[in-house]
Write a protein that binds this ligand. Structure first.
Ligand code: SF4
Ligand code: SF4
Length: 275
C-alpha cells in the first residue's frame, strides 16, 4: 500500500487495515457485487469501545446498540475516504459495511487483522472483538498488505461457559439460542420472552465478549465519535419519546420502536405473557 493511502487512513484514525486480492475472498452475495471487475479489497477495523460508556440500567445490552449506529459512522467515513481512494488508486472504489457482497469477517482474518474466536467474532490483537469491519472494493489492483496474526483461542472456553443460553457450540454459534439474535426478532415465542426476561436482555448481548481475555487486555478505541449519543440508562419511556431522527441514530432502529420497547418491558418483568 502506498504511503498516501496509509496517511489517509491514519488521518482518519484507522490504524488496523489490510489489503487482499479479491480472488482470495468468499463472495456471499453476488447481487451486491458492482458490475465492474473488482481486483483488490481493503479491510478496515473500527474499534468502538472507548471505555467512556458506563451503563447504569442493569440491562444486558450490546454496546454496539448503545452508541452511534456503525452504519452511520461508516457512511460518514466512506464519504470522506472514497473520493481520495479513487484518486489514489486511479480506479473506482465501492464501500460496504455489514451488508456486503463478501464475507467480511473471513476477509479481515485473511489480512491478519485478527482471528475468529469460539464466540464467532473477529478478535483483533490490539482492540479485541469490539470492532466493526468495513471494506472498500477496488477496480484497480493494489499491492496486498497482510499482517501476521498467529493468535487463537487455545484451551480457553470462557465464552462457552459464560453464555447464558448455551449458544456456543464446538465450531459455531446456534443463532436460535443466541440472545442477541432472539432480542432482534420481530415476533417472539413465549420461550424467547422468558429467556430475555431471565437474562434482562434488551438488545444484543456482550457476555461472550466481556469474558474474553483478549478484550480484558484490549486498547481503548480512539474513535470517540461513537460515544456522541451513548445511552447509559435506557427505558421504554425514552424510546417512546424519541423523535424519528434521534431514533435512527441507533442500530436497533432497523426495527420499529415496538420491538425494543417490548423487550424493555419484558426485561423489566412488565410483559403480560411472562407474568
Ligand atoms: S451473544 Fe450472548 S447469547 Fe449469544 S453467544 Fe454470546 S453470550 Fe451467548
Ligand atoms: S473467551 Fe476464550 S474461547 Fe472465547 S473467543 Fe475469547 S479466547 Fe476464544
Amino acid at each position: 500500500m502506498c504511503m498516501t493511502m496509509k496517511e489517509l487512513l491514519k488521518n482518519n484514525k484507522i490504524y488496523e487495515y489490510g489489503i487482499v486480492d479479491f480472488e482470495k475472498l468468499t463472495v456471499i452475495n453476488r447481487r451486491l457485487l458492482p458490475k465492474e471487475q473488482i481486483r483488490s479489497v481493503l479491510f478496515v477495523l473500527m474499534p468502538y469501545k472507548t471505555g467512556n460508556v458506563f451503563p447504569t440500567d442493569g440491562y444486558n445490552m450490546g454496546l454496539f446498540a448503545r452508541i452511534t449506529d456503525y452504519h452511520l459512522y461508516f457512511s460518514r467515513l466512506s464519504e470522506k475516504l472514497l473520493p481520495r481512494l479513487e484518486e489514489i488508486s486511479g480506479g473506482k472504489v465501492f464501500a460496504f459495511a455489514d451488508h456486503s457482497p463478501i464475507f467480511e469477517k473471513e476477509g479481515a482474518a485473511k489480512c491478519g487483522l485478527g482471528f475468529i474466536g469460539k464466540n464467532s467474532l473477529l478478535i483483533n490483537p490490539t482492540y479485541g472483538s469490539f470492532v466493526f469491519i468495513g471494506c472498500f472494493l477496488f477496480t484497480k489492483r493494489i499491492e496486498e498488505e497482510i499482517r501476521n496474526c498467529d493468535l487463537n483461542c487455545g484451551d480457553c472456553n470462557a465464552c462457552t461457559k459464560a453464555c447464558p443460553n448455551n449458544a456456543i457450540g464446538d465450531d459455531k454459534i446456534d443463532t436460535k439460542l443466541c440472545l442477541s439474535a432472539i432480542s432482534q426478532k420481530k415476533n417472539k415465542a413465549i420461550e424467547d420472552k422468558i429467556i430475555l426476561a431471565k437474562t434482562k436482555t434488551v438488545w444484543g448481548c456482550d457476555i461472550c465478549q466481556n469474558v474474553c481475555p483478549y478484550n480484558k487486555q484490549a486498547v481503548s478505541s480512539p474513535l470517540l465519535d461513537f460515544d456522541e449519543d451513548a445511552i447509559e440508562n435506557i427505558s421504554a419511556e425514552m424510546i417512546s419519546t424519541m423523535g424519528e431522527n434521534e431514533y435512527k441514530k441507533y442500530a436497533f432502529s432497523y426495527r420499529e420502536k415496538n420491538v425494543i420497547s417490548e423487550n424493555l418491558l419484558t426485561a423489566k418483568g412488565k410483559c403480560d405473557i411472562i407474568k
